[in-house]
Ligand binder design. Structure first.
Ligand code: ADP
Length: 208
């Protein structure tokens, strides 16, 4: 089974992707994380695009994604988080992977901005926390798991957030119509557990 998660910034795609990858033994690929962890020649250009709230060129991201998809842990299926982000990417993906379900996690723009302004993450283990919403770290400013100091992502500043939200509406939202026959929509403005429950219920109610 291959699944795509779609949702505006801060909608909880990463959180639900982790849950679903455990539940269905699928490999979780976050294109944002792949790009942030890139090394070598491509790093400088990619970092600058990300920090300015711009998208990385379709060709580059597809190349990086394809390198990741052929690894052994993807044999059982993939959950894509952050890809595709426009119709062109959706068309390119179609040539590479058969998608069974597309899950849209819906939250308002206002909620998205609030979550991103409050998002802090652990630079060591990659866990996300939120000072306004959930989950909050047990000890303020430090990771529950490894104790490292939590940091804000460079692209979680007001200007970049506004740009990314605009791009979501203009470029990413149209893919929902492209995938309308495979689409499941859930309410992202409920507890993490309730979002997971709604996803599972809707997956089991809709035939593959
Ligand atoms: P967010 O959803 O909050 O923007 P991500 O971690 O998913 O965070 O992505 C961070 C950045 O990585 C994006 O703003 C963009 O620059 C780049 N990126 C991620 N996925 C893609 C993609 N599919 N195509 C182009 N750029 C991407």
């Amino acid at each position: 089974m291959n699944i795509i998660l779609v949702g505006i910034q801060g909608s909880g795609k990463g959180t639900q992707a982790k849950f679903l990858s455990k539940k269905f033994k699928l490999c979780h690929i976050s294109t944002g994380n792949l790009l942030r962890n890139i090394t070598g020649d491509r790093k400088k250009e990619i970092d600058s695009l990300i920090n300015n709230g711009k998208l990385v060129p379709d060709k580059t991201i597809l190349e990086i994604l394809k390198e990741r998809m052929i690894q052994d842990d993807c044999e059982n299926g993939i959950i894509l988080d952050g890809f595709p982000r426009n119709i062109e990417q959706a068309k390119l993906l179609e040539k590479e992977l058969n998608i069974q379900k597309v899950i849209e996690i819906q939250i308002s723009d206002q909620e998205s901005e609030k979550r991103l302004m409050g998002r802090i993450s652990c630079p060591k283990c990659g866990i996300d926390y939120n000072i306004y919403t959930a989950p909050k770290p047990q000890k303020e400013g430090f990771c529950d798991k490894c104790g490292s100091q939590l940091t804000r992502r460079k692209d979680d500043n007001e200007e970049s957030i506004k740009k990314r939200i605009k791009t979501y509406h203009e470029e990413t939202k149209p893919i929902l119509n492209y995938y309308k026959n495979k689409l499941i929509t859930v309410n992202g403005e409920q507890s993490i557990e309730d979002v997971s429950k709604e996803i599972l219920k809707k997956i089991s109610n809709s035939p593959l």
